[in-house]
Design a protein around this ligand. Structure first.
Ligand code: AMP
Length: 148
């Protein structure tokens, strides 16, 4: 079986991103693959529907600037160069898949909370990415790993 050549690591930029990144870094080192990082900003209009009675553009711009600097800080800390960083607007599961495909990734790495009950029914980003993914997907267990 061929080794992975290009990994797309999806990060929500919470403190859980580091253990997920560590898995991607380990695969990268053992296969000499290229590592790309994607963070998706969900537009406020998508999160709250189109009918919020105020102009959200200033807040959206602030969120964008903040995400840009957090992504830069995170990528600097794991040694991912600028041209391998992707800051995208849209729905995370769709945009993670699209960015992986557009960049020819053969592995997507995401975190997974291993939810159950109602949270499982509501779905997660990892589930969304897996369905219809253009390549292999590694879901790295994060959060409370002792929970059953
Ligand atoms: P969730 O269980 O939906 O909170 O998401 C778990 C994982 O999905 C995270 O560890 C990331 O790998 C990925 N993810 C969630 N939100 C985003 C986002 N906005 N941008 C990129 N990846 C994300």
């Amino acid at each position: 079986m061929n080794a992975y050549r290009r990994i797309m690591l999806a990060v929500d930029l919470t403190e859980e991103s580091r253990p997920v990144a560590d898995r991607a870094l380990a695969i990268m080192k053992s296969t000499a693959a290229e590592l790309h990082v994607v963070h998706v900003i969900e537009p406020l209009s998508l999160a709250y529907g189109g009918d919020v009675p105020m102009d959200l553009s200033a807040i959206q711009e602030q969120i964008h600037e903040q995400a840009k600097s957090h992504l830069a800080e995170f990528c600097d800390s794991i040694g991912v160069p600028e041209d391998h960083r992707h800051l995208i607007f849209g729905r995370p599961e769709n945009e993670i898949q699209r960015t992986a495909e557009a960049n020819g990734a053969d592995l997507i790495v995401v975190g997974s909370h291993g939810r159950h009950g109602l949270a499982l029914l509501l779905g997660s980003t990892a589930n969304g990415v897996l369905h219809g993914a253009p390549c292999d997907v590694l879901a790295v267990r994060v959060g409370n790993t002792t929970e059953k």
